[in-house]
Design a protein around this ligand. Structure first.
Ligand code: HEM
Ligand SMILES: [Cu+2]
Length: 637
């Protein structure tokens, strides 16, 4: 079944445009998905792809934990172990959690701001395909000589050709370069969309908090990815063309990698967490039946976190010998960034305070997020103290810290989002009672896995080691931690089962099952292809709530828009296209050309790339108009 493509007949004649390949007009089947430019379909593709990668990363984590269940286990060799934790980290960060935020943004930003699509629909498709191919590229390393094994931050000079002769490191570098293109173009697309495609009356300070957080995140991506791109390119050059950027014997500077990586890497953790903050800021008001507490402060602290995210990177380098002045400066900035984060926590609590709280599954995940994110935040402040980090760095204490932030934080927030928005995506409700059992298992399992790691870490257990000594008190913590993976694993299967079950047999949800506040709930479930029959007019923050309960609204009456016909010529919907997929494919294959130093293949792909770009540029406007009043669509006018 084609989600979000209901009751829209195919255009009478497809618009061929002026390009090399005709614009396709399929509405069903594989071709329709490969050529789609619909933000809802791409959102679904993002969400499904990132959950697939999350499944792979969870399997890797499970093997890691089995290996660590007791001292002296020999389930996997040290070599394979290195590949497993590297791939687990890379996958979770770059291929699972981050694109999950992009997926929600893709699907919901246009709906929430009352738009019909993103500003550049073909660019959006291109971003998705490049991301998916980047992930495939990294994973193909398992079959082509071994996966990356240098940790998710791939410190130099571990990555030099002499230290790491296999192909794994190249797969990491080139794979992230490919995927990074997708993140960058999609971020720019979202920025333009949010700035220029809001519904009449939706001022910046009336935007849903989720949209604001996506805006801040997109700016972070635009500024954080270039340093990473430079660093990755330098390593590719070092390894492929014999440059000496990171070769110490030749005067290269391995520490430069750490600076470039973390000036990207710290903003990256906010790129992961800010969309999660956005989800929480929609879920908590809806299930508390109150507007978000302190909206302007919420927005400002999000922006402030975004700025400060670029001023704390060296807290990842306290033990590299930067000296006391630099360490003190970065300790202070890291303390400061805790303030706006704390403000947000209090604002979420303030939203619940005095509200009529409904403990739905979604709300339970949101509350668990608050609890576990605070734990991760507290250990974060501890690690912001250089003397403390000197003791705890590279230990399981750090592993526990960032899993509370990324797993208990971001992941649980996205689970809240799944339960909240699944009815909008599919028109079906996820089973509530079963969902609450699932939640309980997830919560218990997660804390069983990661709480003991604090103690193991403080007792001196280093991270990234394949085994540990018996008789120094580490056994019990590791055993509990491994037992926890069985509980959380069961919960993940229960979640998967509920999603499949609800998709087939779920109770119909209706348009607005939660009595929610924002515009996506004004659309049908799933939304029609063109989202809204009539251009929504926004009169207040929480635009849909103001429509439903005008007596509770302090906004304007929308009279300045009266008599304006926003869709006088029908709703223009963008046409499908082959070029985004083709362009992404050429980059994907060119990656192998570069990696295996197969220059004819690389040049061939460069030609395809230029050709596809040319075809894209001259493809013509395309698309068709929808006239919801008379239920007919006119093609290409
Ligand atoms: C499904 C539950 C999860 C389990 C059981 C798990 C388990 C682990 C374990 C045991 C390690 C340490 C390996 C070592 O140092 O030897 C690890 C590392 C890591 N995990 Fe997870 N994890 C989970 C979820 C996540 C999530 C949701 C994220 C991020 C979004 C994440 C990101 C990372 C990263 C970045 C590393 C560091 C890899 C490295 O040292 O290079 N994990 N995980
Ligand atoms: Cu950081």
């Amino acid at each position: 079944m084609a989600i979000g493509r209901r009751d829209v007949p195919a255009p009478a004649t497809p618009d061929a445009g002026g390009g090399l390949l005709a614009r396709p007009a399929w509405t069903k089947g594989l071709g329709s998905w490969l050529t789609t430019v619909d933000h809802k379909r791409l959102g679904i593709l993002y969400i499904l792809t990132s959950f697939t990668f999350m499944g792979l990363a969870s399997i890797e984590a499970f093997i890691i934990r089995l290996q660590l269940a007791a001292p002296g286990m020999e389930l996997v060799s040290p070599d394979v172990y290195n590949q497993l934790f590297t791939m687990h980290g890379v996958t979770m960060i770059f291929l699972a959690i981050m694109p999950l935020g992009t997926g929600f943004a893709n699907y919901f930003v246009p709906l929430m701001i009352g738009a019909r699509d993103l500003a550049f629909p073909r660019l959006n498709a291109f971003g998705y395909w490049v991301y998916a191919f980047g992930g495939l590229f990294v994973y193909s390393s398992f079959f082509l000589g071994g996966a990356p094994d240098v940790g998710w931050f791939a410190y130099a000079p571990l990555t030099s050709l002499s230290n790491n002769p296999g192909n794994g490191t190249d797969f990491y570098m080139i794979g992230l370069l490919i995927g990074g293109i997708g993140s960058l173009v999609t971020a720019m697309n979202l920025i333009v969309t949010i700035f220029s495609m809001r519904a009449p009356g939706m001022t910046m300070m009336r935007m849903p908090v989720f949209v604001w957080m996506i805006l801040v995140t997109s700016f972070l991506i635009v500024f954080a990815f270039p340093p990473l791109t430079i660093a990755l390119t330098q390593i590719v050059f070092d390894r492929t063309f014999g440059t000496l950027f990171y070769v110490p014997e030749a005067g290269g500077l391995p520490i430069l990698w750490q600076h470039l990586f973390w000036i990207f890497g710290h903003p990256e953790v906010y790129i992961v967490i800010l969309p999660a903050f956005g989800v929480i800021s929609e879920v908590i008001p809806t299930f508390s039946r109150k507007p978000i507490f302190g909206y302007p402060v919420m927005i400002l602290s999000g922006i402030f976190i975004g700025f400060m995210g670029f001023a704390v990177w060296s807290h990842h380098m306290f033990t590299t010998g930067l000296g006391p002045v630099a360490n003190t400066a970065f300790a202070l900035t890291s303390f400061v960034i805790g303030v706006p984060t704390g403000v947000k926590i209090f604002n979420w609590l303030g939203t619940m305070w005095g509200g009529s709280v409904r403990f739905t599954t979604s709300m339970l995940y949101a509350m668990a997020f608050l609890f576990m994110f605070v734990i991760g935040g507290i250990t974060g402040i501890m690690l912001a103290m250089p003397p403390f980090t000197a003791q705890a760095t590279d230990s399981y204490f750090v592993v526990a810290h960032f899993h509370y932030v990324m797993g208990g934080g971001a992941l649980f927030a996205f689970f809240a989002g799944v339960y909240y928005w699944f009815p909008k995506l599919t028109g079906k409700l996820l089973p509530e009672r079963f969902g609450q059992w699932t939640f309980a298992a997830m919560f218990i399992g997660f804390n069983m896995i990661f709480m003991p790691q604090h103690f193991a870490g403080l007792m001196g257990m280093p991270r990234r080691t394949q085994t540990y000594e018996a008789g120094i008190g580490l056994e019990i913590w590791n055993l509990v931690s491994t037992a926890g993976t069985f509980v959380m694993g069961t919960a993940l299967f229960m979640l998967l089962f509920s999603v499949i079950y609800a998709f087939r047999n779920g109770t119909p949800a209706g348009n607005d099952p939660w009595d929610a506040r924002t515009l996506e709930w004004a659309a049908t479930s799933p939304p029609q292809h063109h989202n809204f029959d009539e251009q929504p007019i926004v009169t207040d923050r929480d635009a849909f709530w103001a429509q439903k309960y005008p007596e509770a609204s302090h906004g304007d009456d929308g009279s300045q828009w009266e008599g304006m016909d926003f869709d006088a010529h029908g709703i223009h919907m963008p046409g499908q296209s082959w070029y985004p997929f083709l362009l992404a494919t050429s980059i994907f294959i060119a990656g192998y050309g570069l990696l295996f130093e197969n220059w004819p293949l690389s040049i061939l792909m460069l030609v395809v790339l230029v050709g596809a770009t040319y075809g894209w540029a001259f493809e013509g406007v395309g698309g068709h108009h929808v006239h919801p009043d008379d239920g007919a669509e006119a093609a290409g006018d």
